[in-house]
Design a protein around this ligand. Structure first.
Ligand code: ADP
Ligand code: MG
Length: 689
């Protein structure tokens, strides 16, 4: 068995499991081994009920003491029961688990593990996990891996499959030289993979992680530099002087550009008409008005007789850009003839769009990565703008070269990256910063609360909806993983939506959105929300990138403790985009003092980069699991902020290799050559969310 062997060779993986694994993009043994745990859990000693303190995850050994009480609100089934040990009693609440009423015997002892909350003077646990004493004892004192799951798969099952894969899979020879491993203090690949799934202790897990993160950065940087994705000093084949079109458009706009927008626009104008091809990153906090700047550049391309493309990471965002620009065309008579191209369009629609692009009739193409992946032939592509596409594909230049011929490149990002990191990640890209928000915005009001504050939040949300405003609620997970053994379940979009429907007044229109939905469904929901046919949108962080619904004024984030502050800041940017006062409610599922303090940094500043760096100061390397600092760069494990030192090491190692053996022809680099060319073949250039 090697990494390419199908997962069906693993004992216990039948057709059904195979389908479930495929949902997680796990098809081969290698995929399975690379499905690293997203977190680890430790199971502590049992606690006495009288000593439970709210805000902590605890386990108690207690007997069911009263008669369970059932109720139903809407589709939600709520089961309340009392349990007690010698020291006191505790109230438990279970949602949609009616079978527990029979399964838990009155007087029977069980272990209940969950987050302790207080309600008045009494203590409660919602949705605790249930164990037998024997099972619980097996778990104490270990680091238990928790995987990203899908309904029907459990952590236990994943552990079993991974264990087998580890014992049967033959790894290829280590591809880094001994020298490289020693210099960077890295474990071998095999060791790292074993340890990351089954760590003995915390320190070794951190070391394993370092190797895997290094790998990821190394591969990415090598391919990017090798393919000269961002290269300086390419000849400018499309000199574009400014035309009257941009000035006219600016006159029409109901607002003047901010000074920062003007400055960045001036830099772009200069690039477009300089001897060299543009390679520019525009950084600007959420709401700083990057779209207009992109439109100005695209307008210049169109006015000069060329085609421009605007590429977004999600369909929702692509459609939104398309509609914004179509609105400008209709209102201000711009010379754009825009066309939309996304993966979910049907074959006929795609064909029609492609015909317009090939003939040059369309001078602005807006879409997802379909823009360069599908068989699209451009007539005269001279400018490509990528919006919120943080992980630039390592082969993007190649694709683009095949489409146009070294077009200008403009990357727009709301993720603040310090210059040192940007240079590593984007090579020779020039950087412009829009460091100012349009003036008339009201600052967003924030609050950090615990779960007991929810009823107030719901009242507040109801009030805003009654005023005609709209609301986002963010949950960290897509669907319930109630089947996973152990651990605390996080709020999930699907169940939460049900819960809200049962809680909020029934006139309030609620729907959900998450990344696993079919693109057409996502689009439908997003359009309905934008058209104000929905009041509350319960969503995962898919909403994080670029969505613009100025009527939305409340953002409530559940399990806020699970997100990096930089990411929460991005989320917060979805509100406060219009004339109304906006609010953010960060609900922490964890009442620990440190967690609340960390979240409160969000109150102190509106500067994304300041927030990200403050966050890092507060957290050690071990706090990395479960929290992703930047939701934007889609590395599997590495986090550009938290792992900046490893990124630096990987960058130096890549430089060294490119100096010594750029074509990887030396015998000692044979294994590395094989590894990297496989990675290049598999490299996903544009991940859609
Ligand atoms: P982001 O930088 O997050 O992509 P957008 O480009 O979506 O921000 O802009 C957010 C909102 O601000 C849009 O509704 C846009 O029309 C508006 N906007 C952009 N520039 C200005 C400005 N100079 N003054 C007032 N509003 C502006
Ligand atoms: Mg934007």
């Amino acid at each position: 068995m090697d990494k390419s062997t199908s997962v069906t060779e693993i004992k216990g993986v039948g057709e059904k499991t195979c389908d479930l694994l495929a949902k997680l993009n796990i098809r081969s043994v290698g995929d399975l081994l690379a499905a690293y745990p997203r977190d680890y859990e430790t199971y502590g000693e049992l606690a006495e009920i009288s000593r439970l303190s709210p805000g902590q995850v605890c386990a108690v050994h207690a007997a069911v003491s009263g008669i369970p009480n059932e109720k139903r609100t809407g589709k939600l089934h709520v089961l309340n029961m009392k349990v007690a040990d010698a020291s006191g009693s505790l109230q438990l609440t279970f949602y949609n688990m009616p079978f527990l009423k029979k399964a838990l015997k009155r007087g029977g002892f069980y272990i209940f593990r969950g987050m302790v909350q207080s309600r008045g003077t009494s203590r409660i646990m919602e949705q605790p996990k249930i164990f037998s004493m024997e099972d619980y004892q097996k778990l104490t004192g270990r680091l238990i891996p928790r995987y990203s799951l899908t309904k029907g798969l459990t952590d236990n099952a994943m552990q079993k499959y991974v264990k087998q894969a580890l014992s049967l899979c033959e790894f290829e020879t280590e591809y880094y030289s001994r020298e490289l491993l020693e210099k960077n203090q890295l474990l071998s690949e095999r060791e790292a993979v074993e340890i990351i799934h089954f760590p003995n202790d915390y320190e070794s897990m951190i070391r394993a992680r370092k190797r895997l993160v290094f790998d990821e950065f190394f591969t990415f940087l090598f391919l990017m530099r090798k393919n000269k994705v961002f290269s300086d000093k390419l000849e400018n084949r499309y000199r574009m002087p400014e035309t009257v079109d941009t000035a006219r458009f600016l006159e029409c706009l109901p607002f003047p550009l901010t000074e920062a927008q003007q400055k960045v626009w001036a830099e772009i104008k200069e690039d477009l008409n300089s001897p060299y091809c543009m390679n520019r990153l525009v950084q600007g906090d959420v709401g700083s008005g990057k779209t207009i700047v992109a439109v100005l550049a695209l307008l210049t391309a169109a006015a000069n007789g060329y085609q421009g493309a605007l590429m977004a990471p999600t369909e929702v965002l692509a459609v939104q850009h398309y509609e914004t620009i179509l609105g400008y065309v209709q209102k201000y008579g711009l010379i754009f003839r825009p066309v939309l191209l996304t993966g979910s369009m049907n074959a006929r629609e795609k064909r029609e769009a492609c015909a317009l692009i090939a003939s040059g009739e369309a001078n602005l193409v807006i879409g997802t990565h379909a823009l360069i992946q599908e068989k699209v032939q451009y007539r005269s592509l001279a400018l490509v703008v990528t919006d919120e596409q943080h992980r630039f594909g390592v082969r993007q230049r190649e694709y683009l070269a095949a489409k146009g011929n070294a077009p200008h490149i403009l990357v727009m990002s709301a993720t603040p990256i310090p210059r040192t990191l940007a240079i590593i990640l984007y090579g020779d890209l020039h950087i412009s910063v829009i460091d100012e928000l349009p003036a008339e915005r009201l600052p967003i009001k924030n609050c950090v609360v615990n779960t007991s504050w929810r009823p107030n939040a719901y009242k507040f949300i109801t009030g805003e909806v009654e005023k005609g405003r709209q609301v986002y609620v963010i949950c960290p997970q897509v669907e319930g993983d109630t089947e996973s053994e152990g651990g605390l379940s996080l709020e999930n979009v699907v169940d939460y939506t049900e819960k809200l429907r049962g809680t909020l007044p029934s006139v309030i229109r609620i729907a959900y959105l998450h990344g696993k939905m079919r693109p057409a469904d996502k689009k439908r929901v997003m359009e309905a929300f934008a058209a104000h046919e929905l009041d509350v949108l319960v969503s995962t962080t898919v909403i994080e990138v670029g969505i613009n619904v100025p009527n939305a004024t409340v953002m409530m984030v559940e399990n806020a403790e699970r997100f990096g502050l930089a990411q929460l800041h991005q989320l917060r940017g979805r509100v406060g985009r219009g004339e109304y006062q906006s609010y953010c409610i960060f609900v922490s599922g964890d009442e620990k003092e440190e967690t609340m303090e960390r979240l409160k940094i969000l109150n102190k500043s509106n500067d994304g980069f300041f927030i990200a760096s403050e966050d890092l100061k507060l957290r050690g390397p071990g706090d990395m699991f479960g929290i992703r600092q930047s939701g934007a760069f889609s590395f599997r494990m590495g986090d550009i902020y938290a792992d900046a030192p490893v990124l630096q090491l990987a960058s130096e190692a890549v430089e060294l290799l490119l100096q010594k053996d750029p074509e990887l022809e030396k015998p000692e680099n044979a294994a590395l050559q094989k590894h990297l060319s496989a990675a290049a073949a598999n490299s996903v250039d544009f991940r859609s969310i």
